[in-house]
Design a protein around this ligand. Structure first.
Ligand SMILES: [Zn+2]
Length: 299
């Protein structure tokens, strides 16, 4: 009860944080680039690309990764695209320069801009779990290393077409029991921080896909238990962890709100819940702003 009250308070503080809205515009030939001046540690941000005429696909580079997107005709006239990028929690990477490259008949034109990273305060959480999860055997370590490769491969997926829509569907209706970014101590030892959002649920409750996409990985993993990864296009991937049952297969297309699995307590958990994660071009970022529609730079 005490822990729940604490988490509730933390969630309230979380909602009270100001929305980061400082943004600036620049140009790369015919394309106007709009992106925030700063992004919170562990947060995603939107980069808007607009043009009053048709252009060839534009390449966006960030953290040594790149994505090439087509600007589509916009209802307001002209052409536009929006890409989500992220700053992984406590990322030790000195490069924070966004680069945009637009092909033109005179050769490529470029725009570059530094995006400052804002430190955010994240709470601490102390948990007790079965000891084999804090001291895994050699066999378990080898298993989790193999599974880590599968997950990294999935997170590296960048398909050019956009399938996502904002806001995301909340995958289960239950309250948040652990926010993104919590510094976690398992049996007294500090482990990697919490890189998803925990939503309360009972084993067997339906878990819904947050947006349209294609299932790119399913499995029963050592730490994560029953897992589903969905590619929403343009480097945006969602993940659903600790499932008791998986109701989709790799390659399936899913609709927003479609039931893709059931809540469970599989893997390293203290009780049944859904761990919901979002990756933007290989950075695990806070999923909450995607559900509220308040991703930095989105509006
Ligand atoms: Zn979690």
């Amino acid at each position: 009860m005490k822990r729940l009250a604490y988490i509730f308070l933390v969630s309230l503080l979380w909602l009270a944080l100001p929305v980061l809205s400082m943004a600036s515009q620049g140009h790369a030939g015919p394309v106007t680039v709009q992106c925030p001046d700063e992004v919170g540690d562990g947060r995603a941000f939107a980069v808007w690309l607009t043009s009053d005429r048709a252009v060839d696909p534009v390449t966006v580079r960030w953290l040594g990764r790149e994505i090439t997107v087509a600007l589509e005709p916009s209802e307001q006239g002209g052409f536009k695209a929006v890409v989500f990028l992220g700053w992984g929690l406590a990322l030790q990477d000195p490069t924070n320069t966004l680069q945009v490259e637009v092909p033109t008949s005179d050769g490529p034109v470029r725009f570059a801009k530094a995006v400052a990273v804002l430190e955010l305060e994240y709470p601490e959480e102390h948990l007790t779990v079965a000891s084999n999860y804090t001291s895994p055997s050699e066999e378990e370590q080898a298993r989790s290393a193999r599974e880590r490769e599968l997950v990294l491969n999935a997170l590296n997926t960048v398909t050019p077409e956009r399938m996502w829509q904002l806001p995301f569907v909340r995958p289960v209706p239950g309250p948040v029991t652990s926010v993104f970014g919590v510094r976690r101590f398992f049996n007294g030892e500090e482990r990697s921080p919490h890189k998803g959002l925990d939503l309360d649920g009972e084993t067997g409750d339906p878990v819904m896909a947050c947006a349209m996409g294609r299932v790119i990985l399913t499995g029963d993993f050592f730490y994560a238990g029953g897992s589903v990864y969905v590619d929403h296009g343009q480097g945006l991937i969602s993940m659903y962890i600790h499932l008791s049952e998986i109701l989709v297969q790799e390659g399936d297309m899913v609709e927003p709100g479609q039931t893709i699995g059931l809540v469970g307590a599989t893997g390293r958990v203290t009780g049944s819940h859904l761990h919901f994660g979002v990756s933007a071009l290989r950075c695990l970022v806070d999923p909450a702003p995607f559900i509220s529609g308040q991703v930095t730079g989105w509006e």
